[in-house]
Design a protein around this ligand. Sequence first.
Ligand code: MN
Length: 257
Amino acid sequence: MQNANALAAALAAGTIRIIDLTNPLSSETPTLRLPEPFANLIDFRLEEVSRFDERGPFWMHHNIHTGEHIGTHLDAPVHWITGKDGHDVASIPPSRLVGPAAVLDVTAQVAENPDYLVTVDDIRAWEAQHGALPENGWLLLRTGWDRFAQDREAFLNIDGTGSHTPGMTAETARWLAEETAISGVGVETVGIDAGRGAELDPPFAAHHHLLGNDKYGITSLQNLRALPATGAVIVVAPLPIVGGGGSPARVYALVDA
Ligand code: MN
């Protein structure tokens, strides 16, 4: 209990700060748009049930309507064909959802090329400076893409050749999934694969390898610029939807002030 008390004391004293990495969730939140012939999720929507009126004189109630993979959200293994026998979002151990953050900044590369794919060499270079990717940790890819988080068109960056957003190479995905002890990868874009991830071998390699190896994904993160390369702890809190392949999630980072 001493450690938990120390954390509470640090929060109260302001020596640890909480940074919200979550994109606020509304019907305007940018969401994945799959091309024909694939089916799309519904966007998030509030439906008014009562509002201090005859339907409920003292209270406001809403129904919420949403797809699983909407806004800042977690991808569980069962989301992908390679992980279909793995954890659903309700059965992921909470210990895997709280852990150290390793922040890899590739904003310069992405500014030059929105289709930039993070390489194993990028991560090796990070490790040479900061040490090995942490066990039970989260690799967070800082791309600068969160500046588009309120602009659906810019966020998806779709032209005649598809969506142009950054991601990782197939080799990076395989290496992270098989050669590291991380819990997962967090990105600022709409999905853990690049916009042109269908062109990778295997297609959507980040989903294929990570979710197939009991590693998880979080998308549409913001404010990664406020995090140090190492030293932050992130808390990923999806809804425990039984049988769910994903869930909108609140994601916080705890950082030394
Ligand atoms: Mn997803």
